[in-house]
Design a protein around this ligand. Structure first.
Ligand code: AHR
Length: 492
């Protein structure tokens, strides 16, 4: 017997913009995230455009990825950008000490990253090295990328890029409370003030400077940075991962019980509380919400695939992961008045990836399809909605079985609904409070099992399908939301 649910959407009251960067990506120099994943070099047998895998370029373009963060993560605070410029054959190899200690030829550097962003139509988000670098090094990097003249700009011209690039998003350190230097928030605040003083805006390129923010529920970190840095930063980051079990044994990506799934959902929904509490602290110092909360690392973190290098963080991706992504999107949309950007960890071959590669093969993961389903929310106006539905017990607490978010752009209403419940369908009536809508179209992502995955042999087990059974009845839309599914409706 399906459960009954009602969703009232305030279509007459657009609230705030959902920044497209909430649907951003993170690509660290880690495992096969860059080398082999995005970058194979011009001489590779794998089809490529100037060294970038053609299949990856196409998949990322298709998703309209708005922003990509690079080079880390923890790697950012060990990366010295000058090692990665100039002719590729003359670059010194580096050892990736953070992630397995392997040697890399450094052929993917600043030019390669910025040209990649241009190729796929995404904005770059550079994560600067505060942990082991100097203010001079970071300052020079900004000049190399964005200035028309000066010694670093001359170097860029010499290395084949006469015109400056535009770079808006600039991180000043990463996880400075941990791998980025094990600092106290007071010490980091002082360093942030020092480093950021030397990050100029050249030629109308205005930097959006992002301070290294809190680990999960470290509210003191946010409080100290808001107090000591204030409007010297435009954004402050937050990192929070869904770890199904414990950090020592995170749980398998492909084999888990319904109870473990529900625990993962419970941990994912904690993101809502974290954002609300960090935002409340920010409100004290910045009631007009000028400083953005940048959730630049989020996603499910499981054990690596058996037989792979534990330092490479290569994990499979199931229907559960897509549901986790969609729940996070609903939370980010709901808090988009404060959440300025979010970047899933990570784009290719690392943690909760949207794409996996093996040699010349590539697959799109269920999480890729979740992103595809939420594209319509990018740049839309958030619409408040009120869900009345049954609950599901997640383990230590209950949660409504349905989660939704709605937005409006150019007269089109985009409504995304997630049914968390592993077994129960829901009959849902959506009440559109205003407006005369004439048509409804939809897409659904679900599968027989929550553990279903796409593999290199069977790449289409979990796939996006048209959803045609939603009906308009006056100002209502009625539909059945199957158990463990994500639906996006486009209503106009
Ligand atoms: O995303 C993997 C790692 O997780 C990042 O390098 C680091 O910032 C975080 O701890």
């Amino acid at each position: 017997q399906p459960s009954k649910a009602t969703l009232v959407i305030a279509t007459d009251h657009p609230q705030f913009k959902i920044h497209k960067e909430i649907y951003g990506q993170f690509a660290e120099d880690l495992g096969a995230g860059i080398y082999g994943g995005i970058w194979v070099g011009k001489n590779s047998k794998i089809p490529n455009i100037d060294g970038y895998r053609r299949d990856i370029v196409n998949a990322i373009k298709q998703l309209s990825v708005p922003v990509i963060r690079w080079p880390g993560g923890c790697f950012a605070d060990q990366y010295h950008w000058m090692d990665g410029i100039g002719p590729q054959s003359q670059r010194k190899p580096i050892i990736n000490n953070n992630w397995g200690g392997g040697e890399e030829d450094n052929s993917f550097g600043t030019n390669e990253f910025l040209n990649f962003c241009k190729l796929v139509g995404a904005e770059p988000y550079i994560s600067g090295n505060l942990g082991s670098g100097s203010p001079k090094e970071m300052s020079n990097w900004v000049q190399y990328i964005t200035a028309t003249n000066g010694p670093m700009a001359d170097l860029r011209k010499k290395y084949g890029h006469p015109a400056p690039w535009k770079v808006k998003f600039w991180g000043v350190g990463n996880e400075s409370w941990g791998c980025g230097g094990n600092m106290t928030p007071e010490y980091y605040s002082d360093l942030y003030r020092r480093f950021s003083t030397f990050l100029p805006n050249y030629n109308g390129n205005v930097l959006y400077k992002i301070a290294s923010g809190a680990n999960a529920d470290d509210y003191d970190w946010t409080n100290v940075l808001m107090k000591n840095i204030g409007y010297r930063m435009q954004g402050i980051s937050l990192h929070y991962y869904t770890v199904p079990k414990t950090w020592a044994d995170k749980g398998s990506a492909t084999s888990f019980s319904d109870q473990e799934y529900l625990t993962s959902i419970e941990k994912t929904l904690h993101m809502g509380e974290l954002i609300a509490k960090h935002s409340a602290i920010m409100d004290k110092y910045d009631p007009q919400k000028k400083i953005g909360l940048v959730v630049d690392e989020w996603g499910i973190w499981t054990n690596v695939e058996p037989g792979t290098n534990p330092a490479f963080l290569f994990q499979q991706n199931s229907l559960r992961d897509a549901i986790i992504a969609a729940l996070n999107f609903n939370i980010f949309n709901q808090h988009a008045d404060r959440v300025r950007m979010a970047n899933i960890a990570q784009m290719v071959n690392v943690l909760q990836s949207i794409i996996l590669t093996k040699g010349d093969k590539m697959i799109l993961t269920p999480t890729y399809y979740a992103f595809e389903m939420y594209k319509g929310h990018m740049g839309g106006q958030f619409l408040d909605s009120n869900m009345k539905c049954d609950s599901v017990n997640l383990g230590s607490e209950d949660s409504p079985m349905l989660s939704a978010s709605a937005s409006e752009k150019d007269g089109v209403l985009t409504l995304s609904i997630v049914n968390i419940d592993p077994t129960r369908d829901a009959d849902l009536t959506c009440v559109l409070r205003d407006g005369t809508y004439k048509s409804v179209m939809g897409e659904i992502l679900t599968s027989k099992n929550l553990t279903d995955i796409n593999t290199f042999d069977l790449p289409s087990t979990v796939q996006l399908k048209p959803f045609t059974s939603a009906k308009l009845k006056g100002n209502d839309v009625v539909l059945k939301v199957p158990a463990k599914s994500i639906i996006t409706l486009t209503i106009q």
